[in-house]
Unconditional design. Structure first.
Length: 235
C-alpha cells in the first residue's frame, strides 16, 4: 500500500505508554517512506512495524521526531544524509530487517543523538566485531540490542580499532568499506538469531508478543534497556 498523504492523515496519532505522541503506520505493507511532510512535525515517534520497507530514507525535516520503530521490514539500506533531516532521533529499532554488512551501518554515525539501537535478527548482527564496531562508531550509544553498553566494551572497542595516535586503524577502515553491493528480495534474512542476551526464551517471546506494560515489567534489565524494549512492541 502506497504511503499517501491521505493514508497518513487518516492514521492513528496517539499518546503512547511512554508519554510520546506516536504516529501508527504499522501493518500496512508500505513499500517506501514518502509524504511525511503532511505530519507537520507533530510526532515524537513513528511506528513502521510490519511493513515492506527496503530503504530507510526520504524523510522531510522532522525536528520533533525522536523514536523510529521499524521492526519486521526488509530494510537493507540506510540513506546517507538521512539524519540531517531527523537530527533529534535517539531510538531506532530495526529488529528483523535485511542489513547485511557493517559498512551498511555507516550512515548511523551521522545520528549524533542515537542512544538506543536494535539490529537483532539482521544478518549484520552475526558479523565478526559487530557489537564493538557499533560501540566504537557510536560512542554516545547506551543500549545496543537491548543490552547496556559497558565501559569495558568501550575500552575493548578502542583497543581493537584505534591506533596509538588516536586515529582509526586499518581494521576499522576495512569494515567501513565493506558494504552490500547488491540486494535480492528475501535474501539474507535469518530467523536463527540467538536473541537477547540474558533473557529466557519466554522473556524474549514477550518482547515480540506483549504490550508495553509487560515489557516494562522485565525489571532485571537497566531502565535504559527497558525503554528501548518498550519501543519494540512487536504485537
Amino acid at each position: 500500500m502506497k504511503l499517501t498523504a491521505d493514508l497518513i492523515s487518516n492514521s492513528v496519532s496517539q499518546i503512547n505508554a511512554l508519554g510520546d505522541r506516536e504516529l501508527v503506520l504499522r501493518d500496512l505493507k508500505i513499500p517506501a517512506i514518502e509524504n511525511l511532510g503532511v505530519t507537520k512535525d507533530l510526532n515524537d515517534a513513528i511506528d513502521f512495524t510490519n511493513n515492506d520497507l527496503r530503504v530507510l530514507g526520504n524523510f522531510p525535516r522532522l525536528n520533533r521526531l525522536q523514536h523510529l520503530l521499524l521492526n519486521n521490514n526488509r530494510i537493507s539500506k540506510i540513506d546517507t544524509g538521512l539524519f540531517s533531516y531527523i537530527p533529534n532521533v535517539n531510538t531506532i529499532i530495526l529488529t528483523n530487517n535485511a542489513l547485511s554488512e557493517l559498512g551498511d551501518l555507516e550512515a548511523l554515525v551521522e545520528c549524533q543523538k542515537l542512544t538506543h539501537l536494535s539490529l537483532l535478527d539482521n544478518p549484520v548482527a552475526k558479523k565478526e566485531h559487530y557489537r564493538l564496531y557499533l560501540i566504537y562508531k557510536l560512542p554516545q550509544l547506551r543500549v545496543l540490542d537491548f543490552n547496556k553498553v559497558k565501559l569495558t566494551e568501550k575500552k575493548a572497542a578502542n583497543a581493537l580499532f584505534r591506533k596509538s595516535d588516536g586515529t582509526d586503524n586499518d581494521l576499522i577502515k576495512s569494515l567501513v568499506d565493506n558494504k552490500t553491493k547488491t540486494f535480492e528480495v528475501g535474501e539474507g534474512l535469518d530467523n536463527g538469531s540467538s536473541g537477547i542476551v540474558g533473557l529466557t526464551p519466554d522473556e524474549q517471546l514477550k518482547i515480540k508478543t506483549k504490550p508495553v506494560q509487560a515489557l516494562l515489567a522485565l525489571s532485571m534489565l537497566p531502565r535504559a534497556a527497558c525503554f528501548a524494549i518498550a519501543q519494540v512492541r512487536l504485537s
